[in-house]
Design a protein around this ligand. Sequence first.
Ligand code: PLP
Ligand code: SF4
Length: 448
Amino acid sequence: MISVIDTTRCKTYHLGNLDQIPQLEVLSEEQRFDIEVVGRVLPFKVNNFVTDELIQWDDVPDDPVFLLTFPQRDMLRPHHYDEMAALIRAGADRSIIRRLADRIRLELNPHPAGQLNLNVPVFQNEPFFGMQHKYDQTVLFFPSQGQTCYAYCSFCFRWPQFSGMSTFKFASSEIDLLIAYLREHPEVTDVLFTGGDPLTMSANLLSYYLESLIQADIPTLRRIRIGTKTLSYWPFKFLTDRDADEVLAVFRRITEAGKHLAIMAHFNHPRELEPQAVKDAIQRVRETGAEIRTQSPLLGRVNDQPEIWADLWNEQVDLGCVPYYMFIARNTGAQDYFSVPLVKAWEIYQSASKQVSGLCRTARGPSMSTKPGKIQVMGPCEVAGEKVIALRFLQARNPDWVHRPFFAEYNDQAVWLNELKPAFGEDRFFFEDELDRIYHENLGTGTE
Ligand SMILES: *Cc1c(COP(=O)(O)O)cnc(C)c1O
Ligand code: SF4
């Protein structure tokens, strides 16, 4: 397909200008109304690259990228949908609609794994918002200007941030605080810039943050990671945007300073890797010496088939990317719409893995990001006549828990840790007493 889009200007669409998306004409009145109803509760934003190049409108409503970005009726529970639809049909006041939206959002577990306040470090006697430090080696850093995305994914667990309901706070002069923190915490080897998508920032801002960090010359800081969806949702950030070359120059200066730069790219479906612009963007980023590692949740209806993952991993490796994580969809927002039982997730992972060579088997998973840590489903098995599910931590609040196998009763319906019971008649999983203690000790500091 010949590209007809203006690649120098990212045109964004939201509920207020839906009528400017010409392709939406393929939808029925009812489908368009669904977008409005669900879009009042869950954040919605797409851009002209997503609508013109990524979505194949002939396949709508089953098109994977359409499902990934456009609100769908079943993403809300039926009673929530009906309530909101009734208000909109009645032409209710904006403030009344907003109040209902907020009420529904609070029922969608908006802050899974204690996202809001947990893991916020206390530094110089102040909570350091804009940063999270949960696992020893890696600090998450949220630059305040990078808290949006080129399009919003419908599975996103950061949706409260984008719907304005999160009291997500940021520190002033953040980067100086980060640098001071890193000097006091030599165990931290990695900083992960995250958001939103930090690559929505201008090259100027990116340069300010990243160059400050490099110039601070912290010997214990070895790696900088940037979590991003930009490679597939707006590849022109690295190609034709006015500051594209400067973005790449910033990357190059990091690698030339001897720091490992990892672009943590989110690709959910092989379709996202098809456009030539995406391939070119990947190529240009790699030429800076940056490594691209990839991750995605396993999503019902979108990528819940082994062949899709085999394609995704094969294609990524061909393009020089390293598959890194396969996640279980988080227990928040539209989770019910996308959720895949843990046992089925493992079957997909195993079946995809056996179809590809070892170089493509580097994604760790399926993994749940829970309060105690990242838990990998190692698979169902039988131990001493009992059918169980083997699990282990890939990352844990207590590093000593990492890679210790443990077992849950077999349950092929469970979609999250809280639906699993310890196997062999145990009351609790091995880490639970200590986890309680950790919570208790940190009560009141907001740091967990
Ligand atoms: C996943 C994650 C990390 C990074 O873990 P790695 O295994 O080093 O990739 C860091 N912090 C949090 C809170 C995470 O969820
Ligand atoms: S790109 Fe990432 S942070 Fe942004 S909406 Fe998608 S999942 Fe959420």
